[in-house]
Design a protein around this ligand. Sequence first.
Ligand SMILES: NC(=O)c1ccc[n+]([C@@H]2O[C@H](COP(=O)([O-])OP(=O)(O)OC[C@H]3O[C@@H](n4cnc5c(N)ncnc54)[C@H](OP(=O)(O)O)[C@@H]3O)[C@@H](O)[C@H]2O)c1
Length: 289
Amino acid sequence: MHNILITGSNGQLGNELRLVVGENDKINKYYFTDVDELDITNKKDVSEFIVANNIDIVVNCAAYTNVDKAEDDKERADLINHIGPKNLAEACRDKNGLLIHISTDYVFDGTKNTPYTETDETKPLGVYGETKLRGENAIINSGCDYVIIRTSWLYSSFGHNFLKTMQRLTAEKESLNVVFDQVGTPTYAGDLANVIYTIIQNNNNTDIRNQIYHFSNEGVCSWYDFAVAINEALGHNCNIKPCFSSEFPSKVTRPSFSVFNKTKIKSTLSIEIPYWKDSMLTCIENLNK
Ligand SMILES: NC(=O)c1ccc[n+]([C@@H]2O[C@H](COP(=O)([O-])OP(=O)(O)OC[C@H]3O[C@@H](n4cnc5c(N)ncnc54)[C@H](OP(=O)(O)O)[C@@H]3O)[C@@H](O)[C@H]2O)c1
């Protein structure tokens, strides 16, 4: 039996994880917390919580995820994306526990044109990616046992995300411009939650530990293709037109190519990953429930 702490559990991934373990895990004890119950930037609170509840696995779903806002809020983004994971890692190390942490495709600059592997050179383009990379390195350097999963284009029936924005906009508008020069793969947070649950179930397998993994759904698309698919699946008649990122001026440059090579996670965990369109349909079904 494990005592498992989930941080940032009111977000997209945290909510999906709540569903997955609620349906499947009758053995382990879970502590679902968000910033009001446990602020991961507070080292003393983190350490005391982990000791008091005899936590031996932590899943860190907490993050500062607003990519644009992070550019003007560097200190806060660093506290949550770097210092928070460092606090969790040090507390896990002191308890001989395992930290499962989520990172991002934004650690890369997106200049490759073949799928990114875990060993490719990192080069973040903005504050969000920089702080997430510092978080990864702090965990690796802490000496704790860890699993870091980088994911991309996360969406869910919970929280704010591209799918839900498109659901609203394609209903409201006759036409919409969506960028086609950023290519990647959407990730349904429900699928990522299943992978995290698989890791929890196999946590004693030391081969899984102390590694970085890449995870998204299967396939490749642009944001434009994703929007067209959402519009079609919902039966909306919005006229979606492809446009360039330069038509949406932003403080931060986003990676133009974010496709992951997922060979490592698939072979280590012996999993098959759903195609992005199939998972999009699953999410839409769950939204309509
Ligand atoms: N969203 C994406 O497209 C995407 C893409 C690639 C990777 N990721 C990574 O995937 C992970 C999960 O993302 P998500 O989309 O589920 O995030 P999310 O929906 O933004 O949820 C993050 C949660 O963490 C909470 N939080 C913020 N500061 C905290 C603190 N100091 N202590 C405890 N909790 C705190 C947030 O609360 P507030 O809402 O009150 O701030 C929120 O409930 C993150 O590591 C993210 O970097 C996300």
